[in-house]
Design a protein around this ligand. Structure first.
Ligand code: KG4
Ligand code: ZN
Length: 334
């Protein structure tokens, strides 16, 4: 069988990313993170779009070069159509459309979170269905039942802030840089996770939903009342509270749906305590645990191409160049 050569493009937020896949094999995965936002303590959408405009052509060329191919070798293009920042999504989707139109090849619009969900299978093709996926990023926190590569169901999501947003907001409160998650993770290693009892929102409500806005408020009041609190202990205790809820709800979903495998995806899945806790809990239960490598956890184009490669295998050849960007969150696939 001829394995298609697919160029994938991802520009949903503040990373400009391109990847080339031969079938399901990743030949290149180039990611350029925009550090221009660091000065502002958060992403500035207008600046993000401008950086994508600057970066998109060089990043695509770098991905093609690393894969030792040219545009004329391509069989299809895949691109993120949403959700994300509209101005950022438009840059990637228009670049992809223009190139696909010029080459006369199919174009696969891919949902960003659906791509995160299957990054576990990109990392480890032996990962078995059904599986539970915890997708935790700066914009999303959901527990999803993966039935197959074509079918999934969202079991629960955050009611307010995403887990990454909670990390970022707390980091800002204690005076750390953006994005805050990696800073909190680093400082937490030297702190006592049991020093401060922060709230674990919706921990025992019986659903698979989350709430992190109370945690942020509680940290704000704690810092007001304890201005000399050791920052390491605050970081360790906040991280422990977030990880406790994420792990306990994901394990509950695995138990109720009788799955033998757990996957974590999205930027927050890089968190060292989260990975260690899942590895320990899954090993106790003889369950498979897959945590994709960091370049498949953060926003990347390989995961976008992977979803498209499966659709190509099933015989899809979409030639509709009129699709538009979309903001809708993750919905069940069927
Ligand atoms: O998936 P991602 O790269 O971008 C989207 O939000 O789509 O996720 C970024 C988020 C940020 O909130 C960042 O603080 C968080 O992931 N993050 C972490 C860690 N590394 C990144 N949070 C906790 N611990 C980490 N080690
Ligand atoms: Zn993402």
């Amino acid at each position: 069988m001829h394995e298609p050569l697919i160029l994938a493009i991802e520009t949903s937020c503040d990373d400009t990313a391109a990847s080339v896949l031969r079938g399901l094999d990743v030949l290149s995965n180039v990611i350029s993170s925009q550090d221009i936002h660091d000065h502002y303590g958060g992403i500035v959408p207008e600046l993000a779009s401008r950086e994508h405009v600057k970066g998109i052509a060089p990043i695509v060329l770098a991905a093609l070069q690393e894969a030792a191919c040219t545009t004329s070798d391509l069989d299809a293009i895949a691109v993120t159509y949403g959700p994300g920042l509209p101005g950022s999504l438009i840059v990637g989707s228009h670049f992809a459309k223009g190139l696909a139109l010029r080459l006369g090849i199919p174009i696969f619009p891919v949902h960003h979170i659906e791509a995160h969900l299957y990054s576990g299978h990109l990392e480890d093709p032996t990962l078995e269905f059904p599986a539970i996926c915890l997708v935790v990023s700066g914009g999303h926190t959901s527990i999803v039942l993966l039935r197959s590569l074509q079918s999934f169901a969202v079991l629960g999501s955050t009611r307010d802030d995403a887990a990454g947003e909670a990390f970022d907001k707390v980091a800002k409160l204690v005076g750390l840089g953006y994005p805050g998650g990696p800073h909190v993770d680093r400082l937490a290693k030297e702190g006592n996770p049991l020093a401060i009892e922060f709230p674990r929102g919706l921990m025992h409500d019986g659903t698979f939903n989350f709430s992190f806005s109370g945690l942020k408020t509680s940290v704000r009041y704690y810092l007001r009342d304890h201005p000399d609190a050791p920052i390491h202990d605050v970081c360790a205790s906040v991280q422990h509270a977030i990880v406790d809820v994420l792990v306990s709800k994901t394990l509950k979903a695995a138990r109720e749906h009788d799955v033998r495998a757990i996957v974590v995806a999205g930027g927050v899945s890089a968190n060292s305590e989260l990975r260690a806790r899942f590895a320990e809990e899954c090993s106790k239960r003889h369950m498979q645990f897959v945590a994709p490598r960091p370049t498949y956890c953060v926003d990347n184009a390989a995961m976008i191409g992977f979803v498209a490669a499966h659709r190509y295998r099933e015989g899809h050849r979409p030639m509709d160049y009129s699709f538009t960007i979309q903001a809708h969150a993750l919905r069940a696939s069927d």
